[in-house]
Design a protein around this ligand. Sequence first.
Ligand code: PEP
Ligand code: MG
Length: 592
Amino acid sequence: MAQNILHGIPISGGIAIGKLIYMQHQDMDELSTSYIPYSEISREQNRFAAAVAEAEQSFERALASLPDHLVNEGDVIYMHKMLCRDPKLIDNTNANIELKLLSAESALQRALEEIAREFAEIEDDFFRETVNDLHLVGERIMDKLTGKDPYNLKEGEPVILMARDLSPADTIELSLDNVLAMVTEDGGKTSHAGILARSMGIPAVVGVVGLGLTVRMGDTAIVDGLKGTILLNPTEEEKARYTESAQEYERYKEKISQKCLDVAETLDGHRVEVMANVGWVEEIPKATLAGAEGVGLYRTEYAFLNRTSMPTEAELFKEYSDAVQALEGKSVCFRTLDLGSDKQAPALEHQPEANPALGLRATRYCLRHPQLFRAQLRALLRACAGAHASLMFPLVADLTELRKIAHIVSEVRQELADQKEIFARDISMGVMVELPSTVILADALAEEIDFFSIGTNDLTQYTLGVDRANAQVSHLYQPLHPTVLHSIRRVVDVAHQSGIPVNVCGEMAADPYCLPVLLGMPVDTVSMSSQAIPGIKSLIRQLSLEECLELVRDLLKANTTSRVNRMVREFVYSKTKGEMAFHFSHLDGGYE
Ligand code: PEP
Ligand code: MG
């Protein structure tokens, strides 16, 4: 038996040992083209229609069996259900049956190829995602046409599930009690299957190159969802070692969840407010259960991404009011629309751009589309009346932009007052620090705002000139790069001199090796995805502010990232005795 280790992207923590089962939809390439006589056109079109209806029903069943805490993932399944009616998919397949006399299977296969070819020329993540989603839907329709059962699961036998890719509906439809871990050949850090796996607490590794070629059905494997490895056919000794690590991980999770609702205070008595990043109202209860003390970043653009019509002011008002209510008095910071770049709203106008990340996105997009911006501001200001709420603006480059925003906000306020609407008159307003220009102008900006919130995901991207979504340069995407550290330090110094607070809401806040650095800057609050909160609170309780301040003083003297990374690793290891190895870190994901 071959001993082998495969590597992928760790996407959901935990360790599992078990048999590998390949989940395979009907392979499109295996199908040979088949033709039908003229007399069978309507029979084939009816077979196709029946398969589409069956696929749609399977998405409906997946939606109905979705556990409450996974409501967000329901949006993607709903989108897949709606794609069963995609006119391109349906019309092209029917036309291929009628005009090219292809069987339903061949006609569908050809239609999917045609769609993929049409979109292949467009350099745009949104269209690529849509083609990918249509392919997943097409596979499901094909299974129904060919009568293939993709799951291969025997009742009651726990397995590690492998697949080229897993759609959210696949993931839900499986009997997850029997799935020990998930491993896929495709997919990146933000793949839907990965997000689901994390929400369900199943270890998962995605982007495993050569998975299909290397692995045989029934092989035993150990999946390490923290390191991103798959150990094939392990020895008894390896099994014993990993079983122990798996138990240790479970103990760690149990331990951090016990105190997640308590406030986080460092060993020397410094209280750190830990908040959640959310994109939907439905995430708020989950965030509160994980120990969030409020919402530090509400990504309002998410509600625009999964719909083909523009939300009305009334719908936005309802969403934001629901969020305020769900928080039961805890604070919320709404970020105005960060559309553009990789976040294209189907209902809105987005012109093709050569460099979308440097193009019309976020505040720039809002200033170009003032009607849209005003509608959102009206809804926000009304929903925030009497609430513990604030507003922040993404990707603000300089004072001119800030003043344009402030001017529009004051006009909207005046309009609401004239209309005798109830609204938040004195809401606190801040800007996100995501551009080097914002860092350099921080002192001037600080005079005109109430707080800064550092978006380290974009600040790293724009400071280092490295596309945050491009796997080719991911080794260069280094949040602990000395220039990023000096930028954060400058913003904190300037803000504190002006008497305003600094929050950090980028992924750095959720990273155990970056958190002590942020505390030592010292930033005032941190905000992160809910699942990271229990671990980060636990880490804060093992650190002392004094030592973090000293660490940062030393780090700021280092001039290479590898030196900084080494220093923070040693620091965190010495404070937590390796416990943070159980927590996700970008340092383990391919950084230098
Ligand atoms: C950031 O850039 O760090 C941030 C929080 O915003 P987003 O990830 O939504 O761009
Ligand atoms: Mg950002």
